[in-house]
Design a protein. Structure first.
Length: 657
């Protein structure tokens, strides 16, 4: 099908390597081939019954539900809505009899301090802080902002809110004061939970000071709880500010969990909107928690003796689903690390894995590429033999980074689960089943049981040919999905449903599906480049550039061009520093030939810019809008205070090759 007839997103890059699941892993996996086939068949034949059975099996209900799915207000779907439960009780109380003495959280701070909290100790801390929230007037339905370093108290705060029915909204500790203010104001939060500071990148980030810049303009906030973490000096407002340790002093370590409706909002998580105004993604209690439990079991094959480490900050949805809720609901032991992966050197992650016996390691492609850049010697200096499963999250992983992860970190014996999902989906949607699914570097493979994913064209019809690009959509509602955008139901409908007249959830990603039914995410639809009438996904070009032996990392954006409509601009981080402009010119020419050979001349970059790094937030996310502004010679109005490396902007503005 031509691009003129269907406005298709073209896929010109092919990856043919296939890796069968290790037999040893499959023999011990909780998901057998028979169970997997049965789940797929059940979801196909009795969709609502499938989810109802799993909800009754996996969740502890205070009032059992009788209604499974209410679609009368579509696209505002409701699941299990006449049942009641408590999320914190499902994560903690249910484990005390059998796992009370089991480590729930192993924590290591960037300075090297280590703490271990058992399930019994964690429940006590959560209950004390829940009582402190109540003592300061926080009640069911109130919104509470959490602006914390990556320390156990961040999870304790989230669980404490859930315990009393308060709605938390975690703001990533790398966000600026203006971003924090926007979220407090939109949520009309009554309390903020923060810390004096946190350790990151060898320095102290003054979180309380950032809060103080805006709290004077946030009249809804009555109380600010402050954890003493870094010991840095802070200002203090009597009557508003209270130390965490003072707030819990003398309070009971017992706080009966309140019953909330299945559809009661568990949390709001703000994402960036195309208009610049943040969107408060609202997630439910029961359906969301069910999704986190099932995907922990299916995708991570979580077992009783695992030490599970998801490197995501709790400020992102990954930290919600796969740090604060899913693992604890499954009774797992999780590792939390406060700091940066390069402190004191690029071996820190692998040192943590060895020291704490990590068995499951889940991280972002940006982190993998950054660590790959420093070579194989760092990971090989540590014993990683306990690792049995690796995972990738955040954006599509390019094949060469996948191969390094598999070969060097997994020692060619650990399956890799490359997971596709979003803040809005709540949980994994497309991912391999380790032990069952053969994997292809760069593909998230197939949808999980109960997830009706598809690739459709501009008219909303399923694409016909293998590898034809289109819009990645979900055709049926699922329990963990977002319920709305906080305070803006119309924006929810317009953003996620209107494109295809409410028929599908529209992810905003472009994708293709190969002849084996494997999904390949090609990037955001908004990032599709239109070059001489061809619509090309940025991810495929980035993957090819990243496979060049002299390239550590690459990002691709478009800029207007009078001849081709849009020109491809590539930002390249070379493996080794380039001596001068002549060396940059030689590598630039080689990269253009490389892309033309691997994909085709149409994908050849018009501009190549070299830099020592890419502009990333402290979570490792590349700020592509900033790159587009640089490529288009626009004034940069992005908030660069959230960057891990603000000085990189000046370097990226250097003339292209």
């Amino acid at each position: 099908m031509t691009h003129e007839s269907r406005d298709a997103i073209e896929s010109l890059f092919q990856e043919n390597r296939l890796f069968a699941p290790p037999q040893d892993f499959g023999r011990g996996s909780r998901m057998t081939p028979e169970l997997y086939r049965a789940l797929l068949a059940e979801a196909e034949s009795d969709y609502e019954g499938f989810w109802a059975r799993l909800a009754r099996a996996e969740l502890e209900w205070l009032t059992p539900f009788t209604r499974t799915l209410d679609a009368s207000g579509a696209p505002h779907y409701r699941w299990f809505d006449d049942g009641t439960l408590n999320v914190s009780a499902n994560c903690l109380d249910r484990h005390i009899a059998e796992r009370g003495a089991k480590p729930a959280i192993i924590f290591e701070g960037e300075p090297g301090d280590v703490r271990v909290l058992t399930y019994r100790e964690l429940l006590a801390e959560v209950s004390r802080f829940a009582n402190a929230l109540r003592a300061h007037g926080v009640k069911m339905g109130d919104r509470v902002i959490i602006y914390m370093p990556m320390v156990p108290e961040a999870v304790i705060a989230m669980q404490a809110c859930a315990r009393i029915g308060a709605i938390h909204s975690v703001v990533f500790g790398g966000f600026s004061s203006d971003s924090l203010k926007d979220r407090i104001t939109d949520a009309q939060a009554v309390a903020v939970i923060t810390a004096d500071g946190g350790h990151r990148g060898g320095r102290v980030i003054g979180l309380k000071a950032i809060c103080d810049k805006v709290l004077g303009d946030c009249p809804s906030v009555r109380t600010v709880f402050v954890l003493r973490r870094a010991g840095n000096e802070i200002s203090w407002q009597e009557g508003r500010d209270v130390w965490w340790h003072d707030a819990v002093a003398g309070l009971s370590d017992s706080c009966p969990p309140v019953a909330v409706g299945a559809e009661h909002p568990l949390y709001l998580l703000y994402t960036s909107g195309s208009t610049g105004r943040p969107k408060g993604i609202q997630h439910s209690s029961a359906g969301y928690l069910l999704g986190t439990i099932l995907t922990m079991r299916w995708v991570f094959d979580i077992r009783e003796d695992d030490v599970y480490w998801c490197t995501a900050d709790i400020g992102w949805v990954t930290g919600h689903s796969y740090v604060a809720y899913g693992p604890l609901a499954c009774g797992a032991t999780i590792l939390m690390y406060e700091g940066a992966p390069m402190i004191p050197d690029p071996g820190r992650f692998w040192r943590l894995c060895e020291r704490h016996g990590v068995t499951i390691f889940y991280t972002a492609p940006t982190a993998i590429r950054a660590l790959k850049k420093h070579g194989d010697d760092y990971p090989r200096a540590y014993n990683l033999d306990k690792l049995r499963l690796l995972g990738s999250v955040g954006e599509p992983i390019n094949p060469e980074a996948w191969m390094w992860f598999y070969r060097v970190i997994g020692q060619e014996r650990c399956p890799i689960v490359d997971t596709w999902w979003q803040t809005e989906t709540g949980v994994h949607m497309i991912a391999p089943i380790p032990g069952l699914t053969a994997t292809k570097p760069g593909s998230c493979t197939r949808p999980l049981p109960g997830i009706a994913a598809d690739v459709v064209d501009a008219a909303g019809e399923p694409v016909k040919a293998p590898d034809e690009g289109g819009f990645l959509v979900i055709k049926r509602p699922w329990p963990a999905m977002l319920r709305t955008i906080w305070g803006d139901a119309e924006r929810y409908r317009e953003t996620y449903w209107a494109r295809f007249e409410n028929r599908y959830y529209v992810s905003g990603d472009s994708a293709r599906r190969d002849a084996d039914g494997y999904f390949w995410v090609m990037g955001r639809v908004d990032d599709v480049l239109k070059v001489s009438g061809h619509r090309l996904g940025t991810m495929e070009i980035e993957s090819v550039l990243g496979a060049h032996p002299q390239v550590a990392e690459a990002a691709v954006v478009g800029r207007p061009d009078d001849v081709t409509g849009e020109a491809i601009c590539a930002f390249i981080v070379p493996r080794a520093a380039l001596a001068d402009s002549a060396a940059r010119s030689v590598l630039g020419s080689d990269l253009r030939r490389w892309v033309a050979d691997k994909i085709g001349p149409i994908a050849r970059p018009a501009e190549i810019r070299f830099a020592s790094n890419l502009p990333k937030t402290r979570s490792g996310k590349i700020m592509r809008r900033l790159l587009r502004a640089i490529a288009r010679h626009e004034t940069i109005d992005e908030d660069v205070s959230t960057l891990e490396n603000p000085d990189i902007v000046r370097e990226l503005k250097a003339p292209p090759e």
